[in-house]
Structures are given as structure tokens and as C-alpha cells.
Design a protein around this ligand. Structure first.
Ligand SMILES: NC(=O)c1ccc[n+]([C@@H]2O[C@H](COP(=O)([O-])OP(=O)(O)OC[C@H]3O[C@@H](n4cnc5c(N)ncnc54)[C@H](O)[C@@H]3O)[C@@H](O)[C@H]2O)c1
Length: 256
């Protein structure tokens, strides 16, 4: 399929909920390139689904981790250290905001909803990177998933736009600090794709439709296009790229 060989490398995938998850598309392509993967699942409700998917791959490991819980992050990395030894890639594909915060006016955003959205969707990158770095003894690549609402005002995307702006800034800040360790940190800004998280955004289908009409390529994107970009950003083919947000959105972001 693709000739990038990453055998001997290891990766942690955070953010698989089901077979539609962007993280699962990325996991499949990394596994195909030879990467041994660890998957985390958010809670018991998602465990069976994530386990069934991970079992389709060779030698994958599965660990619980709610990114709101420091002790779960710590325990997850202890297990990864024991079972994988080292880490080359961290894929952060996690976002959450309370449903009410993604409806109605941004002006009405409640303090607790704002804090929760930024904690899960932005702070978690820092918390996860902190424990990944000591395991990235031979350099590494950290990727986060973002959306154009970090840069533009998008109706009803509300506080998630704020969270994505913070996430992209965290990517730049971490890239600066981790560059000397040979660790690259980048974001992929994806066009709309239909997933569980997308269903939480009120009016997602009209966003999806508007994207198809406006994007230079006149279509929506496929999850596989996000995954191939992730593969590129994990491989040495992108060795000169860090601190960047790479748009995989059929060109939508250039349009007025
Ligand atoms: N779907 C899109 O249109 C789109 C577009 C651009 C960017 N993104 C981003 O891609 C990423 C993945 O989203 P997706 O669309 O694949 O949806 P998804 O629902 O499949 O994935 C979101 C993941 O976040 C995880 N998560 C939420 N709260 C968590 C917590 N407290 N602890 C641990 N995990 C938690 C969920 O378990 C789930 O696996 C998100 O960052 C999202 O904002 C999605």
C-alpha cells in the first residue's frame, strides 16, 4: 500500500472510540508500516470496542486512561514502559466539550464548561507529552488533531474553537522545548469527517456540506487522507517539520 517502513518503532494512540475514529484510521496505517501500538481507552463503556479493534493488529496493547485523571496517565505510561520499553510516537486524538457548550451562543459559555473543554482537549496534550518524553529516548514524533475553528469564527463550534487555538499553541510551545531532544510536535487540521465527536457539534451536517461546496477540491476529505499525513509526519520523510499545523481539508482553509 505505502512503502514507509517503521518496523521496530512503537506508538501510543489516544482517542479511539470506535471504527469511525480518526485515531483508528491512523492506527491502522501505522500498524501497516510496522509500528507496534499501545491503545488507551477512555472508560469501561469503550473498552470492549477498543479491545476488539486493537485485537485486529499484531501484538497491540490496551490500557485504560481518562485524561482527566493524572494517576491513570501515570499508570498507563508505567505499563507502556514495561511492555514496550520505549516510545517513538504519540497520537493525541482527543476532544470533549459539554453538549450545552456546543449549542447556542458562545457568549453563554459557562465557566465550568470552558474549563472542562480546555482541560480535556488542550491540557491533555501537555500531560500526555510530559510522560511520553522520557520514553522517547531516540527522538520521536507527537501529533495532535485540530480544526480550522481555532483560527476562524465558526457558528456553534464555540468553546471547542478556543480549545483548538490553545492546542495549536501548545504544539508550537512543545515543539520549541522538545526540538533539542529530537522530538517533533505537529498538528493536523482536518476537514469535517463523520465521527462520534462530530455528532456532538450542533449543525455538523451543514458544516460538512458547506465544506464540500467551498473547498478547492470540491469534496470532503477521507479519514485515510488524515492517516497518510500522520504516517508522513511520524516518518523521517518529515524530519524537517516541527511546530506546524498541516491542513488536510481539501484546501478549505485558504478560502474566504
Ligand atoms: N471529526 C471531525 O470532523 C474532526 C475534524 C477536525 C479535528 N477533529 C479532531 O480529531 C480528534 C478525534 O476526534 P474524532 O472525530 O475521531 O472523534 P471520536 O469521538 O472518535 O474521538 C474522540 C476521542 O476523544 C476521547 N476522549 C474524550 N474525552 C476523553 C477523556 N476524558 N479521556 C480520554 N479520552 C477522551 C474519546 O474517548 C474518543 O476516543 C479530536 O481532537 C477532534 O477534535 C475531528
Amino acid at each position: 500500500m505505502y512503502s514507509i517502513d517503521l518496523s521496530g518503532k512503537t506508538g501510543l494512540i489516544v482517542g479511539v472510540a470506535n471504527e469511525n475514529s480518526i485515531a483508528w484510521a491512523i492506527a491502522k496505517i501505522l500498524a501497516h508500516a510496522g509500528v507496534r501500538l499501545a491503545f488507551s481507552y477512555q472508560n469501561e463503556r469503550l473498552e470492549a470496542k477498543v479491545r476488539a479493534l486493537a485485537e485486529q493488529l499484531d501484538d497491540a496493547i490496551i490500557v485504560p486512561c481518562d485524561v482527566l485523571e493524572d494517576h491513570q496517565i501515570w499508570t498507563m505510561y508505567e505499563e507502556i514502559k514495561e511492555r514496550l520499553g520505549h516510545l517513538d510516537f504519540l497520537i493525541h486524538s482527543v476532544a470533549f466539550a459539554p453538549r450545552e457548550a456546543l449549542q447556542g451562543l458562545y457568549l453563554d459559555t459557562r465557566r465550568e464548561d470552558y474549563l472542562r473543554a480546555l482541560e480535556v482537549s488542550s491540557y491533555s496534550l501537555i500531560a500526555l507529552a510530559k510522560h511520553a518524553v522520557p520514553l522517547m529516548t531516540d527522538g520521536g514524533s507527537i501529533l495532535a488533531l485540530t480544526y480550522i475553528a481555532s483560527q476562524r469564527a465558526v457558528p456553534r463550534y464555540n468553546v471547542m474553537g478556543t480549545a483548538k487555538a490553545a492546542l495549536e499553541q501548545a504544539v508550537r510551545q512543545l515543539a520549541m522545548e522538545l526540538g533539542p531532544n529530537g522530538i517533533r510536535v505537529n498538528a493536523i487540521s482536518a476537514g469535517p469527517v463523520q465521527t462520534l465527536a462530530a455528532r456532538g457539534i450542533q449543525g455538523f451536517l451543514s458544516m460538512y456540506q458547506a465544506h464540500r461546496e467551498k473547498a478547492p477540491l470540491q469534496r470532503s476529505i477521507d479519514k485515510n487522507e488524515i492517516a497518510t499525513t500522520a504516517l508522513f509526519l511520524c516518518s523521517d520523510m518529515s524530519s524537517g517539520i516541527t511546530g506546524s499545523t498541516v491542513y488536510v481539508d481539501a484546501g478549505y482553509h485558504i478560502m474566504l
